[in-house]
Design a binder for this molecule. Structure first.
Ligand SMILES: N[C@@H](CCC(=O)N[C@@H](CS)C(=O)NCC(=O)O)C(=O)O
Length: 329
């Protein structure tokens, strides 16, 4: 399954035929790092030195992976260093489109290209694999620095500090050993777990994904009754990675992806925590519920073939979160 578009092979999202009904996410291809002095990062090539105006971030407001890059752009005060283009929320047969006929969608602000795949081809005419957002683009070398959000957030966390003076650290050295296993569980069972539930094409694959997902939510509900944040009294990247899934959960994952044993808002600790992070300075501006709801229901035609957008409740994201009293365990 899948199709060749302009030389790029697009697997179907839902091609679960070789994996026993399980959704298997492919690995990002562009893995360079922006660093303060342009030296190579943990993977890829050197030559991507932090500089104002040199880099551009292509996102979808709907996408949880792109959203976490936007969280870090806001948290680290990078708005004036890195500008942004926003795709249209509908991801149809041609993949992500640079149309501006939806509130907040900007078109391609660097080149005026029609599709995200055109950037991949510009970066590497022989590229193959999925065309995903976020895309961190280098205007100077006219190529993709990275299309892996887990790494983009770490670049944003540190590479521009000498230019911005913002030294807030969401991946502190002393907590890294604790952060990694929490990230791993949350990635597997929640960030990616919602997709594994929603795109499963066998009962067995769905059951296994959705069971692990709610085991993790139960664990988090209990942990967040003892601690204000995942690592204690300090917000880290683990919280922002979790938040990008939680903020979408009740509106799209619960219904569209059949993650419906419970809503996040039925968990008092998780719901207060999600609202606290939503209310964090700069974050609400990056969360666009209209793009989120439209994208999921409109783009996955094997899950929702008639593209009906559900009515959805109005959630009060600005209500007091009540988390102030919680101290580290
Ligand atoms: N590993 C990537 C995953 C990004 C990803 O899967 N993005 C989705 C949107 S939520 C996408 O662009 N999918 C398009 C496709 O697979 O065709 C990251 O975290 O940056």
């Amino acid at each position: 399954m899948g199709q060749l578009i302009d030389g790029i092979w697009h697997d179907d999202w839902y091609d679960t035929s070789k994996s026993g009904g399980k959704f298997v996410r492919s690995t990002a291809k562009f893995r360079n790092w922006i660093t303060a002095d342009g030296s190579a990062g943990p993977s890829g090539e050197s030559g991507f030195e932090a500089a104002p105006g040199r880099y551009h971030l292509y996102v979808s407001y709907a996408c949880p992976w792109a959203n976490r890059a936007l969280f870090f752009r806001a948290l680290k005060g990078l708005e004036d260093m890195i500008d942004v283009s926003v795709v249209h929320p509908d991801m149809l047969g041609e993949g992500w489109e640079f149309r501006d006929d939806f509130d907040g969608a900007t078109g391609d602000r660097v080149y005026g290209l029609p599709y995200a795949r055109d950037l991949y081809i510009k970066a590497d005419p022989k590229v193959s694999g999925r065309v995903t957002v976020p895309i961190l683009w280098d205007r100077q070398r006219e190529t993709i620095v990275s299309n892996e959000s887990a790494e983009i957030i770490r670049m944003f966390n540190a590479a521009f500090d000498h230019l911005t003076g913002n030294t807030d650290d969401y991946w502190p050295e002393e907590l890294r050993d604790e952060i990694e296993p929490i990230n791993a569980r949350i990635y597997d069972t929640l960030n990616n777990g919602v997709y594994k539930s929603g795109f499963a094409t066998t009962q067995e694959a769905y059951d296994s994904a959705v069971t692990a997902l709610f085991d993790t939510l139960d664990w988090l509900e209990s942990l967040l009754g003892e601690r204000r944040y995942l690592l204690g009294d300090r917000v880290t990247e683990a919280d922002w990675r979790l938040f990008s899934t939680l903020v979408r959960f009740d509106l799209v994952y619960h219904t569209h992806f059949k993650c419906n044993r419970a809503f996040v808002r039925e968990h008092p600790n998780l719901w207060g925590y999600t609202r606290e992070l939503y209310q964090w300075p700069g974050i609400a501006e990056t969360v666009h519920f209209d793009h989120i709801v439209r994208h999921y229901h409109y783009s996955h035609d094997t899950v929702n073939p008639h593209r009906i957008i559900p009515i959805n409740p109005v959630l009060d994201w600005t209500a007091p979160h009540g988390r102030e009293g919680l101290k580290a365990a």
